[in-house]
Design a protein around this ligand. Sequence first.
Ligand code: BES
Ligand code: MN
Ligand code: ZN
Length: 498
Amino acid sequence: MPHEFHLKTASLALKATGILVLYVAEDAVPAGAAAAAWQATGLDWARVAAAARFRGRQGQAVGILVPAGLDADRLLVLGTGKPGQGDSLSGWADRGGSLVSKLAGLKADRVAVLLDDEAATPERVAALAGGMRLRHYRYDRYRTPKKDDNGEGGLTVTLHVAGKAAVDRAIADRMATVSGTLLARDLVHRPPNDLGTLEFTAEAARLAELGVEVEVLDQPALAALGMNALLGVAQGSARPPRLVIMRWRGGKGDGAPLAVVGKGVVFDSGGISIKPGAGMEDMKGDMGGAAAVTGLMLALATRKASVDVVGVIGLVENMPSGTAMRPGDILTAMSGTTIEIVNTDAEGRLVLADALWYTQHRFRPQAMIDLATLTGAIGVALGSDHAGLFSNNDELAARLIAAGLESGEKLWRMPMGAAYDKLIESRFADIKNSGGRPAGSITAAQFLARFVNDVPWAHLDIAGVALASPQTETNASWSSGFGVALLDRLVRDHYEAR
Ligand code: BES
Ligand code: MN
Ligand code: ZN
């Protein structure tokens, strides 16, 4: 079987080929269907647990090979910790992810999981299933299959649950979100010769099949709008710029939409202020913000979310050439603000400046959130455990932080203010595009704030979490797809009519 993930649910039964998984809480004994399965082995639970030093703590495991009385090759008992521990949806997703990594270690391709205890609500079982699929993902589109590799790594999962119909509904809903995350990962992984601005546009246009309205602005249209900041970045590349607008109208259409804006630099060489060679290949992922916006639109349309959301992505390539913008150039953004370019590698903020200005004026959104792999400095500050959150609105910031905890895509709020804003004052223009090394992520956010009026706005700097293998229980690949699960959660909690 190729590296595919197959999932089904079944009513409780102890039939399992491959591995049969039971969960046991800390200092507890197998209960419900797990108790019946254990009984079939004829083994004494207390003796086995003591011999294996198993107490049911999170991460603990006992395996029994070819257990008598069961069809399974192996019975795997996993600890879940104290009752209530890890019971957030992200905790259940992590449980699924950690199971997949255990199974990979055992080279298992078939697993059945007993999930009938009362903590296993449909939503939590769905989160576990989603976590399994997320962890199983890998990007292998460009790998030639080896001859002796008869498709290692495929996984067929059966979840044995108490109320199958409700669980199936919850899984379908959760898998919509997971598909959005996996689309974002695929886009971020795609090599930059294969994913230019036009290829990305084509991927976004495919969402029309799901009922998303997709509109594409080309270079002349952007020039007519006066988007000279975005166009300045694109002008050194053979690839033309695009601004793609995706609308999902699932709400009643009676309120202002939520707007989500993404940085889509398909490759960031730095331009004339060229980056050092080491690690430059990572800059294929500099469209992680745009990928998250596109993945979110896929998720919302797939699960037919009852909400109006507009997604806007600025697609450009930052290259050095005879037509590239120079340090010293002064650009006039769509807002009329003049920008002195002091570093052509501070390009993402130029793209967002015009995309944000355009979005708030055209759509008058109730809130506007941008996602961008904006600064290396955010990875220095926060590593890969939190993305940076910058906001002009405490309520929006609090909602995002809460959605981060529940989705497992965590945010840490960073300061903003006049003292930081001063660092981007320019000698020759209204502002300059870099404040230098001190507070690099904050001055980037201050730059964006110059293009935001009084709309509640949040900027998520995802440079530390979106790419370069930010490993978690639910991600073993180079790109995480960060932002899709977070914003999908935010929409579910606050913007969806129910
Ligand atoms: N795309 C980069 C930021 C980045 C770095 C993303 C590492 C992902 C991983 C951005 O365009 C950039 O080059 N930022 C500069 C800003 C500086 C020139 C003010 C940076 O972070 O060094
Ligand atoms: Mn750059
Ligand atoms: Zn960049």
